[in-house]
Design a protein around this ligand. Structure first.
Ligand code: SF4
Ligand code: SF4
Length: 425
């Protein structure tokens, strides 16, 4: 006798029967009789051996009651404590050449990394045990400190580490020459935000001098996609007031179809509280859970059949032992959104013996999904991962704040039925 995995979801739509397992992320159509056996929990050795093997391999059925959650625990824990790679997100500057109305950096003190801090960061990387170094360049607009990107990258390569990088940029300063230099630093992925087509984009991706930005960025993206093998990750910020996702997706499919990019949406959220203070604002409201579900579901149906849940067994920087976010002044943080709040720094590179262990441990372990009964019983845990750790910690200490579940929670059947209809018809 076998057990059914807690990560299974089975459902019937019209005359079809479906089964998804969020640990293997496998999605299958069943015949009626197998569906009935699953529902009745009657999976026995009497079924054909190859069917049993298939169901076991994909975690639909398990030998022992906790085999599925234990496998998830193992994968999740390994990813948190990987010791072969040092993951750094480095902001060489917090200056930016854009002034987007929803940017949380409004009102902050701008910084540029100085040579002394750069040297100390290089020493830190050199003395680390890890042979592999993965750097995400972040800001501000990191290309405003391109000389720092060049000198730190050259240093890492010179000390014999294997360097892999990616960059989060608004794309405006990403000339062909810079792309060629970045290529030599093993840039695998470039993330650029496009908020709409032409004027729509220019309304929220605003150059500091007021000039339009859309076509310049598209020209730069065109070079990357046509002349290099770097992957472009196109992010579309959406809110209740503004949602240009579908238009951006269509534009990219028309212009760059078949090349190496994806278009994904990101819900604007107001973690800093700043959005309420900045006026006037065209993207001034985050979306409710229900809005997000409706949006995600709609995006499945329109020419975007590649949308499919992804496994989230890599926890974010906050939970990973070998991961830090570094500010221009050399503060080391655990969360990308803390970078302007020195009170949340774990240590500073100029005083690296003064580590705030209690704070570090809080990020690493508080409100852990692996000890949360609700999450451990949840059928979609491996494709949710428990969500943002800081949000989880906040909800732990604040009865009025509820941590959002993933949009797939209670909706996975509907999403996958749409996926099925889009990919098979
Ligand atoms: S803790 Fe949350 S906000 Fe911070 S880096 Fe992780 S997922 Fe992002
Ligand atoms: S946060 Fe919600 S959706 Fe995610 S694993 Fe936990 S209970 Fe499930």
């Amino acid at each position: 006798m076998y057990h059914l995995s807690r990560f299974n979801t089975s459902w019937q739509k019209g005359g079809d029967f479906f089964l998804h397992n969020s640990l293997s992320n496998s999605f299958i159509k069943l015949d009626n009789s197998l569906y009935d056996l699953l529902k009745a929990k009657k999976i026995t050795d009497k079924l054909p051996i190859d069917l049993i093997e298939y169901l076991k391999k994909n975690y639909f059925i398990i030998d022992n009651i906790d085999d599925d959650i234990n496998q998830f625990r193992k994968l999740f824990t390994i990813s948190r404590y990987r010791s072969d790679v040092l993951n750094l997100t480095i902001a060489p500057t917090t200056f930016c050449n854009f002034k987007c109305p929803y940017c949380y950096e409004e009102g902050i003190e701008y910084e540029m990394m100085d040579t002394n801090t750069e040297k100390e960061i290089c020493k830190y990387i050199n003395s680390s045990q890890e042979k592999n170094v993965a750097i995400v360049w972040y800001g501000g607009e990191p290309l405003m400190a391109f000389d720092k990107i060049v000198s730190i990258s050259n240093y890492v390569i010179k000390c014999g580490k294997y360097l892999k990088t990616s960059i989060v940029t608004n794309g405006y300063l990403l000339t062909n020459e810079k792309v060629e230099i970045l290529k030599s630093y093993n840039v695998k992925n470039i993330q650029i935000t496009i908020d709409g087509i032409e004027l729509e984009h220019d309304k929220t991706r605003v150059h500091i001098n007021g000039k339009p930005t859309f076509w310049k960025i598209i020209e730069n993206i065109s070079y990357i996609l046509n002349e290099t093998d770097i992957f472009c990750s196109i992010r579309v910020n959406i809110s209740k007031q503004k949602n240009e996702f579908q238009n951006v997706l269509n534009f990219f499919n028309d212009k760059f179809g078949g090349l190496r990019y994806n278009v994904h949406s990101a819900f604007i959220r107001d973690s800093s509280g700043l959005l309420q203070k900045i006026k006037p604002l065209s993207c001034n409201e985050g979306m409710s859970f229900q809005d997000k579900v409706v949006f995600q579901r709609t995006s499945y149906t329109k020419n975007n059949s590649k949308q499919y849940p992804i496994l989230k067994i890599n926890d974010c920087t906050a939970r990973s032992l070998n991961s830090f976010v570094i500010s221009p002044s050399g503060d080391f943080f655990k969360c990308w959104e803390d970078i302007h709040n020195k009170d949340l720094a774990i240590f500073n590179i100029h005083r690296s013996n003064k580590i705030r262990n209690n704070l570090l441990n809080k990020y690493l372990f508080s409100a852990d999904v692996l000890t949360d009964e609700k999450c451990i019983k949840c059928n979609i845990l491996p494709i949710c991962g428990g969500g943002c750790p800081v949000s989880r910690i906040k909800s732990l200490n604040n009865a009025d704040y509820d941590h959002d579940c993933d949009v797939y929670k209670n909706n996975i059947e509907e999403f996958l039925t749409y996926y099925y209809e889009n990919t098979t018809n």
